[in-house]
Design a protein around this ligand. Structure first.
Ligand SMILES: *Cc1c(COP(=O)(O)O)cnc(C)c1O
Length: 351
């Protein structure tokens, strides 16, 4: 590990996006052949796009700067102004992307009730499809997510809901920001998941540990139109191979190891659960996220107390009586750091 990396390495459980490139990843970035990707002649970007298209069994792929940009481009390519997409109201496309598809593309979002396991019901999904009537937007797309807040969406459920949506004439998009976590945790293959959808977005900068970048995959004519939108949105990057090299390295070296993040999350959940005031639903810990619930009055001071020990966590979501904290494990978490976090929470609760 370089000195810069050691200085930068804190015990940071806010997200799996906080990771620093590893030495091997830096080497891959340094030695990557580069070109100008707006002219489509950056060999490293072209290789990443070919690799991800192949891995997912899709015709073509587009390297984009973020997961938000990937979903935005996908939605705007699927939908015309005044057309509607269905998604869980808790899903990232509806709740955490600044309303981009509506603000910039006139696409209408219809949010459906999302169960604790991340699923939406098939009957509610079908019930939300509008009739062809001049009062209503035209429902054209179902957008799903996997994982949802760390919960794996099982193949059987995804198969059944996408089959029902397709039968009803909808197009299908998957926000697979953390799809690799679902693949590693469930044993369902990437291609089996991807086959259910027209388009899939994958993040390289979450658990996979690249500094930035996502890949959108789909049919060739779709990706051709998506490429124009990427340029329109200011996402045409030049020597982008420097980032694509990190993505390729991540796909080669950081997929199987996601199991370690999942193991650490379980270790953390079990340690926290021993304390009477801490509530963790162990069955909900399927990948790299742990949700810790404390009585609201205790929860308000936890973040500051941990910060004093150089342990960084996100602030709580507040529901009347309780505070819920999302704790995320990743490439830069060690078993020791997880132990320290669990001990620090227990110490805090003891006072
Ligand atoms: C992080 C995330 C995104 C967006 O990715 P950014 O690179 O942060 O824009 C989209 N969907 C889900 C489910 C995510 O977790």
């Amino acid at each position: 590990m370089s000195t810069a990396q050691m200085l930068n390495r804190r015990m940071d459980f806010r997200s799996d996006t906080v990771t620093q490139p590893t030495e091997g990843m830096y080497q891959a970035m340094l030695s990557a052949p580069l070109g100008d990707d707006v002219y489509a002649d950056d060999p490293t970007v072209n290789r990443l796009e070919a690799v991800v298209a192949d891995m997912t069994g899709k015709q073509n792929a587009l390297f984009v700067s973020s997961g938000t940009q990937s979903n935005l481009i996908a939605l705007l390519t699927h939908l015309h102004r005044g057309e509607e997409f269905l998604a869980g109201s808790e899903y990232h496309v509806i709740s955490y992307e600044a309303g981009g598809s509506s603000a910039l593309g006139g696409a209408i979002a219809c949010g459906l009730p999302t169960a604790a396991n991340g699923q939406i019901s098939i009957s509610e999904m079908l019930g939300a499809i509008k009739q062809d009537d001049s009062h209503f937007p035209m429902t054209k797309l179902l957008s799903l997510e996997n994982t949802v807040s760390g919960r794996v969406q099982p193949y059987r459920y995804m198969h059944d809901i996408t089959a029902a949506a397709r039968k009803a004439g909808l197009q299908l998009h998957l926000d697979g920001a953390r799809l690799m976590n679902a693949v590693v945790a469930s044993g369902t293959s990437l291609q089996d998941y991807a086959n259910l959808f027209d388009t899939v977005s994958l993040c390289l900068s979450k658990g996979l540990g690249a500094p930035f970048g996502s890949v959108l995959v789909g049919p060739s004519d779709f990706i051709k139109r998506a490429r124009r939108l990427r340029k329109m949105l200011g996402g045409g990057l030049r020597q982008a191979g420097i980032a694509a090299a990190a993505g390729l390295y991540a796909l080669e070296h950081h997929v199987e190891r996601l199991a370690e993040d999942h193991q650490l999350a379980r270790q953390l959940a079990e340690a926290l659960n021993q304390h009477a005031d801490a509530v963790v639903d162990l069955d909900a810990v399927e990948t790299n996220m742990v949700f810790l619930t404390l009585p609201a009055d205790r929860g308000l001071k936890l973040q500051a107390a941990l910060a004093e020990q150089d342990i960084i966590i996100s602030g709580p979501s507040l529901y009347s009586e309780v505070s819920t904290f999302r704790l995320v494990t990743h490439l830069d978490c060690s078993p020791l750091a997880v132990e320290k976090l669990a001990d620090a929470v227990k110490q805090f609760l003891a006072h």
